[in-house]
Every structure is written in structure tokens, then in C-alpha cells.
Design a protein around this ligand. Structure first.
Ligand code: ATP
Length: 259
């Protein structure tokens, strides 16, 4: 089920270094939001704060509130492992478990959290997830072959299948197409468009055409200089960000004057 993500005055730290400052954003369910901005402005850092991946680094911490349908994911007693299954993540480089079969890759989330599934339930999840990732037809006859035998684009769709298999509410994608060729990129972009029917999707991208193609909303982050924290400068309909932004920094960035 797709859920709303809200950040209220969120700061994100690596030890004493404040990498992201004062983010306030309200991301509606069943939308795709792109995070854009120059290198080092904190897009990935903020993304990883949303599902508590950030805190796995020693000294890394988050201040402020991050709400999933109103519930603070950093609230007392909230289990970060549960948060990460509600808010799935797809990384820059496809990272299927190389020796695991395609089928076991899709089921990896269940294995990791110790959920036992009947054979028929597991079959159902594998087929549904691979269909959801637009990969079923390409792999249905070789589910027991290793995930590493797929092309890069297929591996990325397998990783998307793995993340949808555990029925998340939100899918975070950190430059999911940066290691893919243009045809695989198109397949993943098509898939992102379909995913928003069921999930809230957030994608970090350096490719502004990609943001324009896939995102309903776009958030522009910026940084004033080295050692300064990144900030969310403007968040609006993608169309507005690219064609009629309110902020001069956004205008300069999208028109290619810097970054
Ligand atoms: N593990 C880390 N330890 C300390 N500082 C880090 C770490 N990872 C990132 N940073 C710093 O945090 C800031 C934000 O980095 P981040 O990777 O989030 O930016 P980004 O906008 O995603 O950049 P890019 O577009 O290049 O991926 C940068 O100053 C970066 O050097």
C-alpha cells in the first residue's frame, strides 16, 4: 500500500558534519518524486535517512521527524528492520546475490527476516513480483539459474522485484539507471511509471531528462559551498521546476548555468 512521506525540519549528520539541513517535504502516495541537484548536495544522504539506512554508518544520525503516513520512522521502539521492509531501496549498481537463483533472489527479503513460506505461496510471490518488475516473461523458464547470469538491466529489474516482493509502501531508488544502457534505462523508466500505481516512489537522478520523463514532482537540492550542508531549495510539479521555477538557484541549475 502506497504511503505518504513527510520530513519535518530534518538534519542529517555524519558524526559532527551536518550534510543536510532543515528539510521539510510532503510526498504524496502514488507519486514519483525526483531528487535532483549538484554533486554533494545531499540527495543520497537524505534518501538513505528516509528508510534508516543512514544510521548503519558509525556516528551517522538524523534529527527532526520523518513520518510514514504520520508515524515517525525514528520513533521510540520502532524497529529499523521493519522500516526498511516498508521502505525498500534500489541502488545505483544492480546488486543481486550472485550465487543465488533468480527465484531465491526475489525471496531474499523473506529469508533475511526469517519468514517461512509454503512452496505455493513462494511461487505466487515470485511470479507476482517478477511480473510487477516487467521481468517475468524473460526469466520464467530459468528461475533456478543464478541472478548473475542476467544482463545489467535485467539484474536491476530483479532487484526491483526483490524490493517489491516484501510489499513495501515506498520504494527509494538511488540513480537506478546510472549503470544501464539506454534500452535497459527505458525498461526501468517504464517500470517506475507502473510502480507508482501501488507505491510511493522517490528517485535520485543526475539525468534531468529522466526526471522530466518519470517524475510527477521534483525536489531541487543545493549546496552553498564545500563543508556547507545541502538544503532543499524547491519542491514542486516537475513541469514547474523545469519550466517556471520560483527560485533563482533552481532556474540556474535546470537551465544548465551550473552543476
Ligand atoms: N560516509 C560518509 N561520511 C562522511 N561524509 C559523507 C559520507 N557520504 C557522503 N558524505 C558527504 O555528505 C555530503 C552529501 O553527500 P551525498 O552523497 O548525499 O550527495 P549527493 O547529492 O547524493 O551527491 P552525488 O550526486 O555526487 O551522488 C557530501 O559533502 C559528502 O562528501
Amino acid at each position: 500500500m502506497s504511503k505518504r512521506i513527510q520530513a519535518k525540519d530534518v538534519d542529517v549528520y555524519y558524526g559532527k558534519f551536518k550534510a543536510v539541513e532543515g528539510v521539510n517535504i510532503d510526498i504524496a502516495p502514488r507519486t514519483v518524486t525526483a531528487f535532483i541537484g549538484p554533486s554533494g548536495c545531499g540527495k543520497t544522504t537524505f534518501l538513505r535517512a528516509i528508510n534508516r539506512m543512514h544510521e548503519v554508518l558509525p556516528g551517522a544520525h538524523v534529527e527532526g521527524q520523518l513520518l510514514l503516513d504520520g508515524e515517525d520512522v525514528y520513533g521510540p521502539g520502532v524497529d529499523p528492520v521493519t522500516v526498511r521492509s516498508q521502505i525498500g531501496m534500489v541502488f545505483q549498481r544492480p546488486n543481486p546475490f550472485p550465487t543465488m537463483s533468480i527465484r531465491d533472489n526475489v525471496l531474499a527479503g523473506y529469508k533475511l527476516n526469517g519468514t517461512r513460506l509454503s512452496r505455493s505461496r513462494a511461487d505466487e510471490i515470485v511470479e507476482k513480483s517478477l511480473r510487477g518488475a516487467n521481468l517475468w516473461n524473460e526469466v520464467k523458464d530459468r528461475l533456478d539459474k543464478p541472478g548473475s547470469g542476467l544482463s545489467g538491466g535485467q539484474q536491476q529489474r530483479l532487484c526491483i522485484a526483490r524490493s517489491v516482493a516484501v510489499s513495501p509502501d515506498v520504494i527509494l531508488m538511488d540513480e537506478p539507471c546510472s549503470a544501464l544502457d539506454p534500452i535497459s534505462t527505458l525498461a526501468v523508466e517504464d517500470l517506475i511509471n507502473e510502480l507508482k500505481e501501488q507505491y510511493t516512489v522517490i528517485i535520485v537522478t543526475h539525468n534531468m531528462q529522466q526526471a522530466a520523463r518519470v517524475a510527477d514532482k521534483t525536489a531541487f537540492f543545493n549546496i552553498q559551498g564545500i563543508g556547507q550542508p545541502g538544503k532543499l531549495i524547491e519542491f514542486d510539479d516537475t513541469n514547474v521546476i523545469f519550466n517556471n521555477p520560483s527560485n533563482q538557484q533552481t532556474e540556474d541549475y535546470v537551465s544548465g548555468r551550473f552543476g
